[in-house]
Design a protein around this ligand. Structure first.
Ligand SMILES: [Zn+2]
Ligand SMILES: [Zn+2]
Length: 169
């Protein structure tokens, strides 16, 4: 009994040492994970340090708060998204293809050579190709008549070359 009582402080010391070591290891792990995670999400070194400090100072709570507040996208994801959006914008701005059949269409094409869909119209003043939804010719600045802009549609999709000639102003 005496021996057991005497050994209690030693056991406690060992236990607390083990607990301390585990705690420090976990804290270190959480801090390193947070730092790496934040570095993937923000280039701001201050934000990286603050996030790491937050987790170190308030071990579990800090991590939860960090997970709630961290930027949703990593830098890589954000970059991929911006590339996607740019590509999307380009397809809207510069239709290199016929929207109807997908045939390759030059910027100056007024009609799809394959399915005869109307792609653009010629400016009535200067004859340059103008997009169907534009109200002003970007080449010469002349306004495009409303009536001229309206017939984007289906009736002309199947029109013959002779019909096209009539339709042109
Ligand atoms: Zn086409
Ligand atoms: Zn023009």
């Amino acid at each position: 009994m005496e021996i057991l009582l005497e050994s209690i402080p030693t056991i406690l010391t060992v236990l607390s040492t083990v607990c301390g070591a585990v705690t420090i290891a976990m804290l270190g792990g959480m801090a390193i994970w947070t730092f790496r995670d934040m570095r993937a999400r923000s280039r701001d070194p201050l934000a990286q340090i603050l996030a790491t400090l937050l987790v170190l100072v308030l071990p579990i709570v800090g991590l939860v708060v960090y997970l709630m507040l961290r930027p949703r996208e990593t830098l890589e994801e954000a970059y991929e998204h911006s590339l996607e959006q740019e590509a999307l914008l380009q397809t809207i701005e510069e239709p290199e293809q016929c929207p109807n059949c997908g045939h390759r269409a030059d910027n100056s094409f007024l009609y799809c050579p394959d399915c005869h869909t109307r792609l653009k119209r010629a400016c009535s003043a200067c004859g340059n190709p103008v997009r169907l939804h534009w109200s002003l010719c970007p080449y010469c600045g002349s306004a495009v008549a409303q009536q001229d802009r309206e017939p984007v549609a289906t009736s002309e999709d199947q029109s013959s070359p002779e019909g096209l000639a009539v339709a042109e102003p």
